[in-house]
Write a protein of this length. Structure first.
Length: 214
């Protein structure tokens, strides 16, 4: 059965993708706060995302172009350009894109005094950082049982939703399983509440761990 998740995971090539046309709504809000931009049509991520979808799909060029006015307004600093480029790579990878041609016009990012070289270097650095691993989840599966062996999100990315996306992917891929196992040390007070939130419960099994040292 062809599902949205199946399409998302399928390898894809993307041509002529606009860097300033795919920002996360929450990123726009946060960058606007940092630079003092007051022109956003909405200040909550869901409402702002809906505004972008409505205008981009309105069928009129005038309304479509207003979306770029908003994104360009928050892409006039080195930090903003770097973040947008980094998240662009990460979001494309999450959608199964294995080859992308991303375009942008450096001259549109000079309003606050950046040079063309500044813009290009910031975007390139963001692209490189986006290629680095932000999070990983490793599991094995045998029959109707699956064991979550390793789940890590690097500290600098723990507020960006990578852990949740990996967890949802894991549960989707193992939807036919009837036994989900994770081993957590009882002293790991940070991880235990997270696993419980995802539905894990403690059982009476006690592992004996044998360690061989040279």
């Amino acid at each position: 059965m062809l599902t949205v998740e199946t399409l998302r995971r399928a390898p894809k090539a993307l041509l002529h993708d606009h860097l300033d046309g795919g920002l996360r709504p929450q990123t726009i809000i946060e960058l606007a706060d940092l630079v003092g931009y007051q022109g956003l049509p909405a200040h909550e991520a869901g409402a702002l995302g809906a505004w972008f979808r409505d205008n981009a799909g309105s069928g009129t060029l005038e309304r479509y172009l207003t979306t770029f006015e908003q994104t360009l307004a928050v892409m006039q600093t080195l930090e903003g350009l770097h973040r947008v480029a980094r998240e662009c790579v990460q979001d494309l990878a999450a959608d199964g894109v294995v080859y992308a041609e991303v375009r942008y016009a450096p001259e549109l990012h000079l309003v606050d005094g950046l040079s063309l070289e500044d813009v290009v270097e910031a975007v390139n650095a963001g692209f490189r950082d986006g290629e680095r691993i932000a999070a990983l989840l490793y599991y094995d599966r045998a029959g109707l049982s699956t064991r979550l062996r390793y789940w890590l999100v690097l500290p600098k990315y723990r507020t960006e939703g990578y852990g949740g996306r990996l967890a949802r992917r894991y549960f989707h891929d193992c939807a036919e399983c009837r036994r989900f196992i994770v081993w957590v040390h009882e002293s790991n007070s940070r991880a235990i509440p997270i696993y419980r939130w995802y539905g894990y419960k403690a059982d009476s099994i006690v592992d004996v761990v044998l360690i061989k040292r040279p």
